[in-house]
Design a protein around this ligand. Structure first.
Ligand SMILES: [Mg+2]
Length: 365
């Protein structure tokens, strides 16, 4: 089965989250939620869907899909996932260590798993050897909020909607205090700073947040792969640490583990090489004794691929879910939570129907 086309489709979807919208991409404040779909077509009429990390990287990632990955994938066997992606990694090694070319490859890999499942009549979680779950718990990944009051209000609303786990994207203890007071002691609370601090500042802030019983403090340090600093922060800050989405590739997760830099690793299916490499990272994390909680604040096929991975894992963990209401949604119910859970698709491949007319309507590249 030969690959005949690899096409990036950037959707900019309207959304609301109950508060002013933070900037999510390049340039002026974005009023939309991006999803960088990738459609892979074959000469036998089977189509696969993947997603690459977009947002601020769109100006580089879209050409990486269109001009680098697509021509090299053309005519290759869609069912030889390891052969094709391994070959691309070798041929493109100067741009494949991490970053947009790897994001582009991630989308191709996920789309090939979708195709493989469709050909074999099995869901991706089944291909991965999962035992079968009907649903996985979701955690509400809130967008950045402007004040403690909005933090309290949106966190409480998320819990009222059924989530039992909430993550803030904030940097100060007063925000965390407000959210914890609003949701009470029984809901898990995480904080993601998106690489806000140097080591000393991180230790000070981690200690200030310690009274609020965080499940983890995510990406507290810049640069995100300063493993020595992270290891020191783990010892002195008194809060569990999570990192992973901004590691370059699966090897970096190995070095991270060896440096005792984190309690949780967060591989990203849209960044690190798609389903193939994230599944390797899931297994390596288990061997290293580190808990694995994939990165997935997405509304496209990347979220669905992550649901399959989480469903196939031996461990009972939750799936990151972007807290927002979409005004247009090409994947329909598949990306929506119910009672704090995400349904695990049971159909072949990713098990999704893409509303291509709607996708085209919100297409921005
Ligand atoms: Mg994060």
């Amino acid at each position: 089965m030969k690959i005949t086309r690899v096409e990036p489709i950037l959707a900019r979807l309207p959304y609301e989250h109950g508060a002013p919208k933070p900037a999510l991409g390049m340039g002026p404040q974005r009023a939309t939620m991006d999803a960088l779909f990738v459609k892979v077509e074959t000469d036998e009429g089977v189509t696969g869907w993947g997603e690459a990390f977009g947002f601020a990287t769109v100006p580089v990632t879209v050409p990486a899909i269109r001009d680098v990955i697509a021509p090299l994938a053309f005519g290759r066997d869609a069912l030889d996932i390891a052969g094709l992606t391994g070959d691309l990694k070798r041929r493109l090694q100067n741009m494949m260590h991490g970053g947009p070319a790897r994001f582009a490859l991630s989308a191709l890999d996920t789309a090939l798993w979708d195709i493989a499942g469709k050909v074999q009549g099995k869901p991706v979680w089944g291909l991965l050897g999962g035992k079968g779950r009907e649903r996985v718990p979701a955690y509400a990944s809130l967008l950045r909020l402007p004040t403690p009051d909005t933090c309290a209000e949106i966190a409480a609303t998320a819990v009222a909607r059924g989530y039992r786990h909430v993550k803030l994207h904030q940097k100060t203890a007063d925000m965390v205090a407000a959210a914890r007071a609003a949701i009470g002691p029984d809901i898990s609370l995480m904080v993601d700073t998106n690489c806000a601090w140097g080591l000393r500042e991180a230790i000070t802030n981690a200690r200030a947040m310690r009274p609020f019983d965080l499940t983890w403090l995510e990406e507290p340090i810049t640069p995100p792969d300063d493993y020595d600093a992270l290891a020191l922060l783990r010892r002195e800050g008194g809060v569990p640490i999570a990192i992973g989405e901004n590691l370059g590739n699966p090897n970096d997760a190995k070095w991270m583990a060896r440096a005792h830099a984190a309690d949780y690793v967060q591989p990203s299916v849209v960044k690190h090489g798609g389903i193939s490499d994230v599944w390797k990272m899931v297994n390596e994390a288990r061997s290293a004794g580190i808990r694995c909680v994939p990165h997935s604040p997405f509304v496209g096929p990347g979220l669905i691929a992550t649901i399959h991975i989480v469903a196939a894992m031996e461990e009972d963990i939750f799936c990151e879910h972007r807290y927002c209401d979409l005004g247009a949604n090409p994947l329909g119910d598949a990306v929506l939570q119910r009672d704090g859970f995400l349904a695990v698709p049971q159909g072949p491949g990713l098990g999704i129907e893409v509303d291509e007319a709607l996708l085209e309507r919100y297409r921005a590249g």
